[in-house]
Design a protein around this ligand. Structure first.
Ligand code: NAD
Length: 489
């Protein structure tokens, strides 16, 4: 049946439904970016809390600034802002209908959005607007010269960006003597709170530097580490839900069973009791971010290239291959986990065991081309810092240098069986040219200072990298991985 509040009792035949009365909810949060991740993550934690019978004054009001958000609004409004979330573990699929969102504000109507932001009911403004939504340049700094931000600086009363709207909302509250809301980013960016603060303060400074200073001093921007694999929704997912659960949902969300949210406890105007539903509140998220970037994202960045060179398409298939699985385990145990600083109440080996389990999940159907994309940004964030830490501690880097060599071999453009590789990387052209030269002269690939930085200055790294690359060309990926596993590379 078609999903709506009126059909919930029918839906309950195949899926879990909320045990709270939607009419009992009151708005507490405006959320920008009602995409898939938000509905699989923050909205689920709130749904759990509301199901537990508490905090019903923290319902979500959605907001957005892109044309695609207007389309999403129409689709969700047609089903009373309900969302079916399909959680898929390795051998279990369960559907639940969630109802923590009570409205989505009209897209392209700044006055309506600012009015809602100025409503004293709203105590948190949260964001999942993708990494690209923060107007940061290559060095990670906020770019106030971006035309969209500059335009909001010129027209602070009719802003078009998320940050312009937040500034206008804070200003309207100030004018009415209402204290500020907390601004809480849930995007996958290290120190996302700081990045968000810089964007909000940087936007305010263009029209009112005094108010920018006031924001810096009075508004909380907690940092957060968020994790839950949530693929995009396509027709296949919509059909699967209809065929297997008899639910017609305009935009269901599919995700893995695992989820994690580590959040700094800095809130200007209170917060829901999220600790009751599994959110970890900490004074500093840095160790958790570090663990995730080095072990999970680093793991992704390590298996992508051997799998691609061996013509493997799905992540779970790569982990079913004994060579790749053993390669990742040895790399993590020998060269990554030992240099990750301790994380409170966490065993890093158990964390990695859980990641192995998650990567083996066939239902998520995550792909190697997705992991292999954007290596010119990912290798320097996820792999090379581990390489540098080992080198600084006088340790060997056989495995991490092999990861760099596999990445270089991949950029030569053909898999081991001779198939063409399609690159998805802003720097593909220069990497491809260098990778071809590196077949005869490995140092040709190490010239990119923005990627390799200090690592390329290490004689030990250059030696290990050159030897691994030569072996990959001479013996192929499989045999090279085997040599590494046997300690003979
Ligand atoms: P999505 O495409 O479903 O949704 C993205 C949302 O961001 C949309 O509402 C879109 O309108 C908005 N957006 C995009 N660019 C914007 C901009 N320039 N300004 C304002 N809004 C903008 O994607 P998703 O799966 O929901 O992922 C969103 C983000 O969530 C990711 O970029 C990441 O930071 C975080 N995240 C995602 C996952 C995941 O597995 N999907 C896991 C952890 C964290």
């Amino acid at each position: 049946c078609k999903l709506s509040l009126a059909t919930l009792s029918d839906v309950a035949r195949t899926a879990a439904i909320p045990c709270y009365d939607r009419a009992s909810l009151k708005a507490g949060i405006v959320h920008f970016g009602v995409g898939n991740f938000h509905r699989a993550h923050q909205a689920i934690y709130l749904d759990d809390l509301f199901n537990a019978g508490t905090d019903h004054d923290w319902a979500i009001v959605g907001a957005g600034v892109l044309p695609s958000d207007a389309a999403m609004r129409e689709k969700l409004a047609a089903q009373d802002f309900l969302t079916t979330v399909v959680e898929q573990d390795n051998n279990k699929t369960a559907a639940r209908v969630t109802a923590p969102m009570i409205d989505i504000l009209p897209v392209g109507d700044p006055a309506a959005i600012i009015a809602r932001l100025a409503d004293p009911e709203i105590r948190i403004v949260s964001l999942t607007i993708t990494e690209g939504g923060y107007f940061i340049d290559a060095s990670g700094r906020f770019n106030p010269a971006h035309p969209a931000i500059a335009a909001d600086g010129q027209n602070p009363d009719a802003p078009k960006t998320v940050f312009g709207l937040i500034v206008a909302g804070l200003k309207a509250r100030n004018a009415r003597g209402i204290g500020p809301f907390t601004v809480m980013s849930c995007d996958n960016i290290p120190h996302n709170g700081i990045v968000t603060a810089n964007a909000v303060v940087g936007t305010a400074a263009l029209s009112d530097p005094g108010f920018a200073d006031w924001i810096r001093e009075n508004v909380a921007f907690p940092n957060a580490m968020v994790d839950r694999i949530t693929p995009a929704t396509g027709q296949r997912e919509i059909d699967f839900l209809r065929d297997n659960f008899e639910i017609e949902d305009n935009w269901p969300v599919y995700c893995e069973e695992f989820k994690q949210w580590v959040l700094e406890d800095k809130f200007t105007a209170g917060r829901p009791a999220l600790e009751k539903v599994g959110v970890t509140f900490v004074p500093d998220v840095t160790p958790y971010e570090h663990m995730k970037i080095r072990i999970l994202n680093g793991g992704h960045a390590a298996i992508a290239y051997p799998a691609a060179l061996m013509d493997i398409h799905f992540v779970h298939d790569s982990m079913e291959d004994p060579l790749i699985r053993a390669f990742l385990a040895k790399l993590e145990n020998d060269e990554i986990i030992p240099i990750v600083p301790p994380v409170p109440n966490t065993s890093l080996t158990e964390y990695f065991a859980l990641i192995e389990h998650r990567l083996l999940n066939p239902k998520i159907a995550d792909t190697i081309p997705r992991l292999a994309q954007d290596g010119s940004n990912r290798q320097p964030k996820f792999i090379l810092p581990s390489t540098l830490d080992n080198l600084r501690q006088g340790k060997d880097v056989v495995g991490l240098a092999l990861v760099s060599a596999l990445w270089c071999r991949y950029f030569a453009g053909k898999t081991d069986s001779g198939k063409d590789i399609v690159f998805n990387d802003a720097s593909a052209e220069r990497l491809h040219a260098a990778a071809l030269k590196a077949k005869d002269d490995p140092s040709a690939f190490l010239v990119f200072d923005d990627v390799f930085g200090e690592v390329a200055k290490s004689e030990l790294f250059r030696k290990r990298f050159g030897h691994a690359l030569k072996t990959l060309w001479e013996k192929g990926t499989r045999e090279t991985l085997q040599l590494y596993l046997d300690g003979k590379l």
